[in-house]
Design a protein around this ligand. Structure first.
Ligand code: IVH
Length: 697
């Protein structure tokens, strides 16, 4: 008896107690999610959320009878569906009449119509409206019964839509359970959309994987919503804005009473829905016009696509009085902006070299007015995407320009070509400097290997070389480099060291004193170290840590420059991709020449012997530094730690071994404490380093 007791599993928590506990955890998680996803104001560290989430999962696994569809654990998952079920909307989903006149007169026309239909005289006061952005996504109806999300449906033909509940559950911005006080039946109408940043990141990911990219955020959102596999839908980042209601419990059965559309939106916020911050009350046509202009000006900076604004009569009694014509309400109108996508023809395809050496095919276009500006060039991103979209010179392209994003060719109109047009090819030599064009097997992008020599990469290369953690030329900032390169004073990196006082002081806004300071800083930078110099060369994949490892391993620059890929691979930290990048760099005669010239200008360092492995007491440990230390600068602390074999990271994660905190340490310290990571002060850190000093004594 006794021994069997020892081996029996822990007694399960009785169901009633488990139910209370589960409820508490769900409420907590829902509150945190709402702060994070809807209010955009996180209240707990991710790790704490994960911990509570796991606790809830464990409890639900032990008590499957208590699992409900509105649990935060039920947002992801579900099996792929064979097809979507059709659902009938209790209240039809209407469309809005569109005012195609993109001039302010569009708002005047609407206001005049409303005034006439309400029988108002010219002497009557202005009508009160609500003005909202017209989100460019897809309409969604969310049905809540007893406060729980039971169904999400697309608009379909307005009467019947598709049941996409499984996918919509994965949207963190949509409450699975309403925050207090909601009526027994509530249908919330709104727009599912994809934020521009999420869309760009998604397409970037697709591009890197060589997968098909999406034409625009609306298509990407629609594709995700209509994805039969909820697992895939969950990985597509969608957002939501609420803008109205469908079926609601009537007031006589205890449903809510609203006087205005604006009050309704405020209540939706209270129930847990995101409502756009740009929603405003407007009095009469004058304020509608002002709103149209204000949002039009802000459009490029908004984090999501809009295709216009919507004006709605604010008083719900007046909305009811006006009613509908066919399937459109008389009390609302959409006032459009110029389209963000247009058709035009491709006159040529050129190649541009970016600041990092990336080669981008660019379509030259017959000028086209799109997204509010005239566009003559649009990016084609890379060779593979160009091929997949089957783009050739002479084709009719769909050009998109939205937000601050560079205009792009998102596709072509598929029609037979009148004559044969050769396929575009990437040049073998950089169109700017003639260096070899390379592409790593795992990469989609072609690059110029010219590095320091390529004028397109010149500014970047100079700034990188002069960086504080490279050879350090104090005071050489981007404005100055820009001027030096644009005026042709500097063509190659070594030219930097040939600068004279006259050339410098002739520059815009350059006082004699500043010119002298730059010359002094240049002189000072000549006395450097091999790791700083190697890092400064800006070889792809060679960051500071790799530069240090190379210097330590080979001791001398010539040994690095002449190392075979096999020898390079012997260096800790250097894998095949890095080894190839180093080899390619030094195989370019231009680059070797730049190095020689820099040495000829007087740049020098102490060369060493190839290293025998020094003891590394902190190898494998990751440190994060925060705040101000009593004696060491951040850089000094970093150097000491790295010399002892530690990695120094910029942010705290589960993988962090220690956080070193000084005065005025910020959120990194909070995060370390939340994750239970050991926090040291400067003295504590120095104590850890002690064995190194002892060994060298
Ligand atoms: S109200 C009865 N407000 O525009 C009026 N619609 O044709 C119902 N839309 O696909 C719509 N932003 O999804 C309304 N702030 C907004 C909107 C909005 C976008 C979409 C809606 C529908 C279309 C209306």
């Amino acid at each position: 008896m006794e021994s069997s007791d020892l081996f029996s599993p822990p007694a399960p928590i009785p169901s009633a107690q488990a139910a209370t506990e589960i409820e508490a955890l769900r409420t907590q998680l829902n509150a945190w999610s709402h702060s994070y996803y809807v209010l955009d104001a996180p209240t707990v560290p991710d790790a704490e959320y994960d911990r509570v989430f796991k606790a809830l999962q464990a409890l639900e696994a032990a008590h499957p009878e208590l699992l409900t569809a509105d649990s935060p654990t039920q947002r992801v998952g579900g099996k792929p569906l064979p097809e979507f079920a059709s659902v009938r909307h209790a209240v039809p989903m209407l469309s809005i009449r569109t005012e195609t006149d993109t001039e302010p007169t569009g708002a005047q026309n609407f206001d005049a119509r409303i005034r006439k239909e309400l029988g108002l005289l010219e002497s009557d006061p202005p009508v009160e409206y609500v003005a909202e952005p017209k989100f460019d996504g897809l309409a969604m109806s969310l049905r809540y019964e007893m406060g729980v999300l039971v169904q999400a449906a697309t608009r379909g033909d307005g009467e019947y839509g598709e049941d996409v509940t499984q996918n919509i559950r994965t949207l963190r911005q949509i409450p699975l359970r309403l925050h207090g006080g909601a009526p027994p039946v509530l249908e919330v109408r709104g727009e599912v959309y994809m934020r521009l940043a999420d869309f760009d990141a998604l397409n970037e990911r697709q591009r890197e994987n060589g997968d098909k990219t999406f034409v625009n955020p609306r298509n990407a959102a629609a594709g995700a919503v209509r994805q039969l596999d909820p697992g895939i839908a969950a990985r597509r980042p969608l957002s939501f804005f609420a803008y109205g209601l469908g079926e609601v419990t009537p007031p006589e059965q205890g449903g809510p009473v609203f006087d205005t559309h604006y009050a309704l939106l405020q209540t939706l916020k209270k129930w847990g829905f995101p409502v756009a911050a740009q929603v405003e009350i407007a009095q009469g046509a004058t304020e509608l016009i002002a709103y149209h202009q204000k949002i039009g000006a802000a459009r490029d900076g908004l984090p999501y696509d809009i295709d216009g604004v919507v004006y709605k009569l604010n008083a719900l009694a007046l909305q009811r009085q006006l009613g509908f014509v066919s399937r459109e309400p008389r009390w609302a109108v959409a006032h459009k902006y110029p389209a963000q996508e247009q058709l035009t023809s491709i006159t040529a395809i050129d190649v541009q070299v970016g600041r990092t050496g990336k080669l981008t095919p660019v379509a030259r276009l017959a000028p086209i007015f799109v997204g509010g500006v005239t566009v003559t060039n649009a990016t084609l991103h890379n060779l593979f995407e160009l091929r997949r979209k089957r783009v050739r010179v002479g084709d009719t392209a769909i050009v998109r320009r939205a937000g601050d994003v560079i205009p792009e060719v998102v596709g072509i109109i598929d029609k037979p070509r009148a004559r044969y047009v050769p396929n575009f090819r990437m040049p073998r030599a950089c169109p700017i400097c003639g260096s070899k064009v390379v592409r790593e097997k795992t990469e989609m992008n072609h690059r110029c290997s010219g590095g320091l020599f390529c004028p397109a990469q010149r500014k970047e290369a100079i700034l990188h070389f002069a960086h504080r953690r490279a050879v350090e030329v104090e005071g050489l900032g981007d404005k100055l480099v820009e001027q030096l390169v644009d005026t042709g004073v500097i063509r190659t990196l070594p030219d930097l060291y040939k600068l004279g006082f006259t050339a410098l002081s002739a520059l815009d806004r350059m006082a004699d004193k500043s010119a002298q300071n730059i010359l002094d800083a240049l002189e000072k930078s000549k006395n450097t170290t091999l790791p700083r110099f190697l890092f400064g060369l800006g070889i792809r994949h060679v960051g500071e840590a790799t530069a240090k490892a190379l210097a330590r391993h080979f001791g001398k620059l010539d040994a690095v420059m002449d190392a075979t890929p096999e020898q390079l691979l012997e260096v800790a930290d250097v894998g095949p991709i890095v080894a190839l990048a180093i080899r390619t760099f030094f195989d370019q005669p231009h680059n070797r020449e730049v190095v020689e010239q820099l040495r000829a200008c007087g740049i020098h360092w102490e060369e060493g012997e190839p290293a025998q492995q020094a003891p590394k007491p902190l190898a494998g440990q990751t440190f994060v530094l925060t705040g101000t230390f009593p004696t060491l600068s951040r850089d000094q602390a970093k150097d000491l730690l790295e010399a002892a074999g530690a990695k120094v990271a910029g942010s705290v994660s589960k993988k962090t071994s220690y956080v070193v905190a000084g005065e005025e340490a910020g959120s990194k310290l909070d995060k370390a404490q939340a994750l239970g990571i050991t926090v040291l002060d400067e003295a504590g850190m120095l104590a850890l380093l002690q064995p190194v000093d002892a060994a060298t004594d």
